[in-house]
Design a protein around this ligand. Structure first.
Ligand code: TRP
Ligand code: MN
Length: 472
């Protein structure tokens, strides 16, 4: 697999012994005490559903604890190494997917289009950056959402708010808004079948660089996107050159696509935490990378506590009010030893604030010296409501935040390590702008998100071409 990645050289199992699959094991305490990572239970946990039947919840989590892990310790370690490389400027991170996945849309078609979009972006970015791209999907686990209010009122009726399919159902009825712990098991099952599909697509020929490049040519041959044609043509010549020279490696046919989600529901995340058979250390096996949201990143909160105990790479969202002291305190809590790739900050400042707000955070981390991988989320600080009442974002504003991110890093002398975006592979109309010029009236054509507006397939590719321009 990715043997071409320079920081991976010399890795692999020791010669002569059978490879250890490193299937993490469930925690079994001989004396019935709690697991070492259960310390979160004595910390304040925000954004948790209140289940009417606690007994049903403990039955589900007991069942989850016996299920096979969804991801493996060795894969998680590989991603940590890749993120460390991105922090040093030796790779670039592309993290993307839905704001919230739904069970109904975890179908083969939707997943295929999303994976296709991520891979198409990755080819363009790999060329633009002349670096390996670390591909991470907000996929196979992104089923829970933090919300700003506990309840929602429509026409005088007040009900509990929708917290994602992992918790309750979107339909505005009393019944469907009751948090149901069995949905945690459904989350596990949808994650498992999605990961199965991802593994098949990424290792089975569908991710072949030449095929993905061929899709990109189709995109740039559309007159609407002709401004990207010259870059696509350069990539085409590079691919042709490789072919002519007879270059044909496994690494052209396969990719590593990692899975990430917001680690919001602590009962689920702690039930999925297992002990690695090789090192004896805990891994949260619900996904490769877990992130902590801006609303739940309190230093003494339960989310930081749980994730401080597992070895996965951790992301933390940072909004415009983050202080340099917060940054250092988060490093102290989540990466005290300064391990490369352990901690990724995902900044979501807003296009109008990033140039003021980000540099001092970069300065603080730079002075501290422990490595951090910096990525930009140009989506969440730029959400507006259209005059027609849709929650939307503007493509040009999103790109402005990305530019601000690169400028801030250039100013401080730190590394812009990657981007984190909300996208779908479908032809939705949720974000305004782009070459197809979706305007306020156009939003209603195909507005499908239950939560935040996503870049559609074309807008995602445009973003990749524009970011590739910034990376060159
Ligand atoms: N394996 C390499 C990588 O992941 C090259 C590659 C193969 C690739 N298929 C791809 C890159 C699809 C991007 C998209 O980088
Ligand atoms: Mn979102």
């Amino acid at each position: 697999m990715s043997a071409h990645l320079p920081w991976r050289q010399g890795r692999g199992g020791s010669a002569g012994s059978l490879p250890d699959p490193r299937v993490p094991e469930a925690w079994e305490s001989p004396t019935g005490e709690t697991a070492p990572w259960d310390t979160w239970r004595t910390h304040r946990a925000l954004q948790q559903p209140t289940y009417p039947d606690p007994h049903a919840l403990s039955e589900v989590t007991a069942d989850l604890r016996r299920r096979p892990p969804l991801v493996f310790a060795g894969e998680v370690d590989d991603l940590r190494a890749d993120l460390g490389a991105a922090g040093r400027g030796e790779a670039f991170v592309l993290m993307g997917g839905d704001c919230a996945e739904t069970f109904a849309e975890s179908t083969a078609d939707h997943l295929r289009l999303k994976i296709q979009t991520l891979l198409q972006m990755a080819v363009v970015l790999t060329y633009g950056a002349s670096l390996p791209v670390v591909k991470i999907g907000r996929i196979a686990g992104q089923y829970a959402k933090p919300r700003s209010a506990d309840v929602e009122t429509r026409d005088g009726v007040t009900l509990p708010v929708y917290r994602g399919d992992a918790v309750n159902s979107f339909a505005f009825t009393k019944e469907s808004r009751i948090p149901d712990p069995h949905r945690l098991m459904e989350m596990y099952q949808h994650s498992a079948s999605s990961l199965n599909l991802i593994r098949a697509f990424t290792k089975g020929g569908y991710a072949d660089l030449r095929l993905v490049h061929h899709w990109n040519r189709g995109f740039t041959q559309n007159p609407a996107y002709s401004r990207y044609e010259s870059l696509a043509e350069e990539i085409h010549r590079a691919v042709k050159f490789m072919e002519a020279a007879g270059a044909d490696f496994d690494s052209l046919r396969e990719v590593d696509l990692y899975s990430a989600h917001e680690a919001l529901l602590l009962e689920y995340e702690s039930a999925m935490t297992r002990i690695d058979s090789r090192t004896g250390r805990p891994y949260d096996t619900s996904g490769h990378l877990l992130w902590i949201g801006e609303r739940t990143r309190q230093l003494d909160g339960a989310h930081v506590e749980l994730l401080s105990r597992v070895l996965n790479p951790i992301g933390v969202k940072l909004g415009p009010t983050t202080t340099p002291e917060d940054v250092i305190a988060l490093i102290d809590r989540l990466n005290p030893e300064g391990e490369p790739g352990r901690l990724t900050f995902i900044t979501r400042m807003g296009a109008s604030r990033i140039r003021q707000a980000l540099p001092r955070l970069l300065e603080a981390a730079k002075a501290d010296g422990r490595p951090v991988t910096w990525t930009t989320d140009p989506m969440h600080g730029n959400t507006i409501t259209s005059s027609t009442g849709y929650k939307t974002r503007d493509f040009a504003t999103i790109m402005d935040e990305v530019s601000g991110f690169f400028e801030a890093h250039a100013e401080v002398g730190t590394i812009p390590g990657g981007i984190h975006i909300e996208l779908t592979g479908d032809d939705v109309t949720e974000v305004m702008g782009g070459s197809e010029q979706i305007d306020e009236a156009g939003l209603e054509r195909r507005y499908e998100t239950l939560v935040d507006p996503r870049l559609n397939h074309q807008q995602s590719l445009e973003m990749a071409f524009q970011v590739a321009g910034l990376l060159r």
